[in-house]
Design a protein. Sequence first.
Lengths: 445, 301
Amino acid sequence: MSSAQNSPYARGVSRRSLFRGAVGLAGVSALGIPALSACSSSKSSGGTGGDAGAATGTVTIGSNGSDPVPKKAFADLFAAANTATGLTTTVNTVDHNTFQQNISTYLQGTPDDIFTWFAGYRMQFFAQQGLLHDVNDVWDKIGGNFSDAIKAQSKGLDGKYYFVPDYYYPWGLFYSKSLWSSKGYTAPTTWDDFITLCKKMKSDGLSPVALGEQDGWPAMGTFDYINMRTNGYQFHIELMQGKQAWTDAKVKATFDHWTELLGYTSPGANGRKWQDAVTMVMNGQAGMCVHGLDQAGPVFQQAGKSDDLDFFAFPAIDPANGQDAVEAPIDGWMMSKKPKNHDGAVKLLQWLGTAPAQNTYLASSPNDVAAASNPDTSKYNTLQKKSIEFVSSAKQISQFMDRDANPTFVSTVMIPALQKFIGDPTSIGSALSDIESQKKTIYAG
Amino acid sequence: MSRKRGKLRLLTGRDKAVLTAMAGVPALLTTALIWVPALGSIVLSFSKWNGIGGFDQIQWIGGKNYYNITHGYPPFAPAWHHNLIWFAVFVLIPAPLGLYLATQLDKRIRGSRIYQNIFFLPVVLSLALVGFMVELIYAPEQGLINNLTGHTKPGNLVDWIGNPHLNLFAVLTLAVWRQTGYVMILWLAGLKAVDPALREAAALDGANEWQTFRRVVLPSLRPVTIVVTVITVVETLRAFDIVYVVNRGKNGLELLSTLITDNIVGEAIRVGFGSALASILLVVSLLVIVPYLVVTFRRDD
């Protein structure tokens, strides 16, 4: 814990109390999903958000939506934005991975007024570096559109809002409905039932849990869930933020549970692409896989088997933590430090933070769900509707290891460590102290 | 020598301007684009900086990065190890194999142009394509090898890409396949330049084919041999693309080059730590290149 004192995140005020204070300021009901309220007007014209309602001119947007499907979705979205807000929008699209890799150079150069980004530490880091403009005035108007859990994911460590959520997708255990009904499997809710199910699948000649870890990130979802179920959300998030030690016995307990599960995980995970893992589930070679709807959905969709896909929550390990936390990465918008058209950017973000705007974008992407809590679900498929229920009922939302923790730490320390663990689970004992010492040097700077 | 100096004095103002431009501009560019950044990296390797904010944000921490690299960075030792294996394999396989193929092609056998293209083709393939081929060949359930040999079931699956004891050699197979074509073209160019009169003379003296090759052809290939040696070293030190495409240089595929990229390319970066790794690689490269330059220049004298 001594590292917490050196950590840039150690503050006098806890995250939770900051959050509570800010919610109070925003004047929003404390629990549950706020219903469509007075401040949820879907168009921002003539609103109460100060002078933003009267803003005009051009707003520039930096987009990482370089693939054909999101590119078209963004084009549709901003065509609708021009009509709805009276602003002129200019979208600058950059290759998806390049956009992420160059983000700090981009933000220090001449960034667009607003740009696409991700919730979690990945957003808070740049807020803390002073590269972002807060969007509190946007939230004055859109606050009623989002659940508390999603609001909490939109704030920097200083309690100000820096992020306008657009859409999210849940992580869970995905499976093929036809396989499960033919074998008579049912979704387990506890670890013991989960292991029993794995044993049964193994005796049925299946690989119980498919895993494709070649790209380094897919197994993080499994770690996040086991850690949150074993040690609770708060510990998990503090571990991600560098405030807890990886040498803590609690982390060892997480890896012990995972070691048990690895006995039922498809061998050769480090040499398999995640697409192949999902395909094993789809083809009935494997029983299930820990993934996001954003990954499992498209694989089933391309094979024309969308109706065969379903998912359930990761089972509880410690009853104290139950199945409370849900991993649901949120994508959205941020404002750069010195937008050329601040009022216009505020007005545009106020519109982007509404359910109709988000559904405009999602019209072509049935594997994500609008982040606003009151979307029109008439065009949603079963899994999208289920995702809304799944995430709304969550007591806490985590993002994903690479969004909740320092990206350098994740890519240079955690990916090698997780791959090594999966290849040889006995290696984790000594690996944890290596992880901790590297964490200290990385999080200190 | 004195004649040269005499000539220099005869240069007109225009000649001098042209010479200054032709020698000065490249020299300036090399300094500005190569040596200033390289020296900058060395300076930054003693710092801690996340690349955000002005130079005033840089903290100077002495040799701490080097200490952390050697004492608390688990991938560093494997990366060295893998670079050395890479070098050994490149010396033992593509270099002689390229020479063998080149000598065969040099015999003007029928269709030698076609063979030449087949062997050279891998060199022009983009790394994205080679990465895709890695998947097609080695993937555990869908891959070519495991399906041909019947190793796709959980019990007997061969994990070519994921097993850290196998994957370096799986990837090296493709790297060697590419490197052989490259080296072959160099040898072939060298062989074409060997004076046919030398071979005739050897034949008249009663030398057999092996003796001709060993005593006459190979010595006259010495300049090409040096080039191939340097290329082999350089390709070893800058080996990067194939492993990066496969798994970003993790889990048994660590190389010095991927460690640098890991630390200085990305959202949140460690400029100082990455620069220290780059400086280590720079020193190793200089240890190889400086002797080569010394030898080359000495021979020119």
